[in-house]
Design a binder for this molecule. Structure first.
Ligand code: SF4
Ligand code: F3S
Length: 78
């Protein structure tokens, strides 16, 4: 799946939401999150983000690996 990383924090442009065909991008307090179980890997959101916050999970920069887990965990809250 695709993952939203650090550049989204406190930016929350939301262009990505409009481009997602399955509406699997959700708003948190300071950034948005992609539900990895719903993402169909279309890639639309990656080019829509003005701050390049989105990438495929395998291509997330090393110093932002934590956001892969962070996106997953966001959808496991009770
Ligand atoms: Fe939505 Fe496609 Fe981005 Fe996945 S890759 S979050 S399906 S726009
Ligand atoms: Fe965030 Fe970029 Fe979407 S800043 S809200 S990931 S368009």
């Amino acid at each position: 799946p695709y993952v939203i990383a650090e550049p989204c924090i406190d930016v929350m442009d939301r262009s990505c939401m409009e481009e997602c065909p399955v509406d699997c991008i959700y708003e948190g307090e300071r950034k948005l999150y992609i539900n990895p179980l719903e993402c169909i890997d279309c890639g639309n959101c990656e080019s829509a983000c003005p701050v390049q916050a989105i990438s495929q999970d395998r291509r997330v920069p090393d110093d932002q690996e934590q956001f892969v887990e962070d996106n997953r965990a966001f959808f496991e809250k009770p």
